[in-house]
Design a protein around this ligand. Structure first.
Ligand code: C2E
Ligand code: MG
Ligand code: MG
Ligand code: MG
Length: 277
């Protein structure tokens, strides 16, 4: 009897497992092809504005996948697979090359590029990034590298990579700040340049202000400024949020209130429209 039950369970679960394993294998294969052929994967850019006066001052590169049958796929649908399979290295190179090209076209903006923790597992990441940027002719000082708290908490190899990148002129921003395992020890102007307050705190500001989120945002902003860091807020969607963040002293804002991530040919009008003539 017990044996039969075990069989039933097995028969029930096997097809489900099979499906997700197959799906991942398919995505991996298609992703490999997209990277090899250079088509399908593309980069959108989301403007970042100065809290004061709101001119566009930067762009964040955000990868997208125009899949032949499944439409436009968001990064959280394929980045985990890219990270597990090591394809993130090639993907990261592709995004960085395009970000450099945009940077050359908009020399008075900075361009932010996200780096996954998985990319730091390659021992020559700093050299790889420095070489791509040098070959493109872009100025590293105009390229910002966004890493999450997990990266900053990493081993000595990771810390060394970040130091080399910073010495080469790149700016380092802590992405999704406050959402991971934070350590205040790396929050020093000697290690990073910018904090990006996680969207989860920003979301609860505004109309009916969540007092805890408001206090957290204010504390992060004050701390950041005191030690000389730029403070950006992500996910700004409403005018109330914008006002709260600006009066709290955030330096830069990013969110749907200003613009979504857009294909390259759509950003010029946003940049010009948001700029004093
Ligand atoms: P992130 O770096 O924190 O990027 C911000 C995300 O929030 C983007 O999602 C953006 O579209 C979204 N967002 C911006 N403003 C708003 C807003 O007002 N409301 C809401 N609801 N969302 C907003 P996206 O493009 O889906 O990217 C998700 C994550 O995927 C990114 O989070 C980043 O961690 C990762 N990612 C994206 N592109 C790359 C890449 O080229 N390389 C690596 N390693 N990671 C990437
Ligand atoms: Mg980011
Ligand atoms: Mg973020
Ligand atoms: Mg993120």
């Amino acid at each position: 009897h017990a044996k039969n039950q075990g069989r039933d369970c097995h028969r029930y679960f096997e097809p489900v497992m099979d499906e997700s394993v197959k799906r991942r294998a398919t995505i991996e294969e298609e992703l490999r092809e997209a990277l090899a052929s250079g088509s399908g994967l593309k980069v959108h850019y989301q403007p970042q504005v100065a809290a004061a006066g709101q001119p566009v001052i930067g762009l964040e590169a955000l990868v997208r996948w125009q899949h032949p049958s499944r439409g436009l796929i968001a990064p959280d649908q394929f980045l985990p697979i890219a990270e597990e399979t090591g394809l993130i290295l090639q993907l990261g190179d592709m995004v960085l090359r395009q970000a450099c090209a945009i940077s050359l076209r908009w020399p008075d903006l900075f361009v932010a590029v996200n780096l996954s923790q998985a990319q730091f597992r390659t021992p020559n990441l700093a050299e790889r990034i420095i070489r791509i940027v040098r070959e493109s002719g872009a100025d590293p000082c105009r390229i910002e590298l966004e890493v999450t708290e997990g990266v900053l908490l990493g081993d000595s190899l990771t810390r060394d990579t970040l130091k080399r990148l910073r010495d080469a002129g790149f700016r380092i921003a802590i992405d999704d700040f406050g959402s991971g395992h934070s350590s205040l020890s790396y929050l020093s102007r000697y290690e990073v340049d910018k904090i990006k307050i996680d969207r989860s705190f920003v979301q609860h500001l505004g109309h009916r202000v969540d007092r805890d989120s408001a206090a957290i945002v204010k504390a992060i902003t004050t701390l950041g400024h005191t030690i000389g860091l730029t403070v950006t807020a992500e996910g700004v969607e409403t005018e109330e949020q914008r006002r709260f963040l600006a009066t709290s002293g955030c330096t830069e804002l990013q969110g749907h209130l200003f613009a979504r991530a857009l294909p390259e040919d759509k950003i010029a009008s946003v940049i010009k429209g948001n700029r004093p003539a």
